[in-house]
Design a protein around this ligand. Sequence first.
Ligand SMILES: [Zn+2]
Length: 182
Amino acid sequence: MFKLFLDPGHGGKDPGAVGNGMEEKDITLAIAKQIHDILTNHYRNVSVKMSRTTDKFVSLKERTDAANSWGATFFLSIHINSGNGTGFESYIYPEAGITTETYQKTIHQEVLKLNDLKDRGRKKADFHVLRESIMPALLTENGFIDTASDAKKMKQSSWIEDVAQGHVNGLAKAFGLKKKKR
Ligand SMILES: [Zn+2]
């Protein structure tokens, strides 16, 4: 059983990045819900637990504690960037090791195929959710909410679906997930 802990960034009193009339917490939740639905509807032997399924505040420690006590196979955190850049980037913990680097490479490439965003590269950072999760972990930054060209995409449900499908394709490839027989 592949156990995915899926973490939509921010929530509740913490909106995350804001720009162009949108809040990061809403977009991360929309993408994560789609990832959940595609995985559970179309793939076998997959279990998905989400850090939140509504607009509520969950601390970073609560998120990693939940993933660790559940015994997740993989921790995937979904975020939206800000700071007037443009494009997609992904992060792993600096000391994560080769296995996590391989997962990052596979998922990063698959997301880029569908998200219509510039590649800002695969990166490393000492973020709480990457450091404190005991399983391999990846955080994706899916465009810049305060950049008009990226924000325009975020307003389209087709883009949300494409970004979710890209993550699913990456997970399926990285972990050898098999589709349900129909
Ligand atoms: Zn964020």
